[in-house]
Design a protein around this ligand. Structure first.
Ligand code: ADP
Ligand code: MG
Length: 153
C-alpha cells in the first residue's frame, strides 16, 4: 500500500493539507478520516471545503450525520458517523445516491458505517503529535494513488 506521512505543527498546516488533498483528488471521490476525538478530522475537512471555494462556516455534523455543500456546482458531502447507530441507517439516509459519480465524500468515523460505504480513494489517519498532528495518507484506489503522486510533488 502506498502511503505518505505529513507533519502538521499547527492548525494552518492542517487546513493547508486539506486543500492539497482536495486538489490532488480533483475534488472527487471518497476520503475516510480516521482518528480520535480532537485529532483534527473536522479541521482537515474545513481545509478541503475552503480549498474548493466554500467561504461560509463548516460545522461538525455530529448530530445530523451529514452536511451537504454545493460549492460552485461541486457537490461535497461531509459525514460524521460517530453517532450512527447502525450502518444500515446510511441506506435510509439515501447515502448511496450521495456517493454518486463526481461528488466528493469526506467521512469521519468510517468504521461506524462499515459495509455501507464505497471503497475509499484515500484513508487519512490522524494522530496527536502535540502541539501538532501527524497525518498518514494511504491510497486505496488508482485515483488515490494518482492523488498521492500529486501530493508528493
Ligand atoms: P476532530 O474532528 O477529529 O474531533 P477537530 O478538527 O475538531 O477534531 O480539532 C480539534 C482541535 O484540534 C481543534 O481545536 C483544532 O483547532 C485543533 N487542531 C487541528 N489540527 C491541528 C494541528 N495540526 N495542530 C494543532 N491543533 C490542531
Ligand atoms: Mg469532528
Amino acid at each position: 500500500q502506498q502511503w505518505q506521512r505529513f507533519r502538521l505543527p499547527d492548525e494552518d498546516s492542517q487546513i493547508r493539507l486539506g486543500r492539497y488533498l482536495g486538489e490532488a483528488l480533483r475534488w472527487q471521490g471518497h476520503i475516510w478520516l480516521e482518528g480520535d476525538l480532537g485529532a483534527g478530522k473536522t479541521t482537515l475537512t474545513r481545509g478541503i471545503l475552503r480549498g474548493a471555494g466554500h467561504d461560509g462556516a463548516v460545522k461538525s455534523p455530529t448530530y445530523t450525520l451529514l452536511e451537504p455543500y454545493d460549492v460552485n456546482g461541486q457537490r461535497i458531502h461531509h459525514f460524521d458517523l460517530y453517532r450512527l447507530g447502525d450502518p444500515e441507517e446510511l441506506a435510509f439516509m439515501g447515502a448511496r445516491e450521495l456517493f454518486e459519480e463526481g461528488s466528493l465524500n469526506i467521512i469521519e468515523w468510517p468504521s461506524m458505517g462499515e459495509g455501507e460505504l464505497p471503497t475509499p480513494d484515500l484513508v487519512v489517519t490522524l494522530t496527536l503529535d502535540l502541539p501538532g498532528r501527524i497525518a498518514d495518507v494511504a491510497a486505496h484506489s488508482v485515483s488515490g494513488e494518482q492523488a498521492l503522486v500529486r501530493l508528493r510533488a
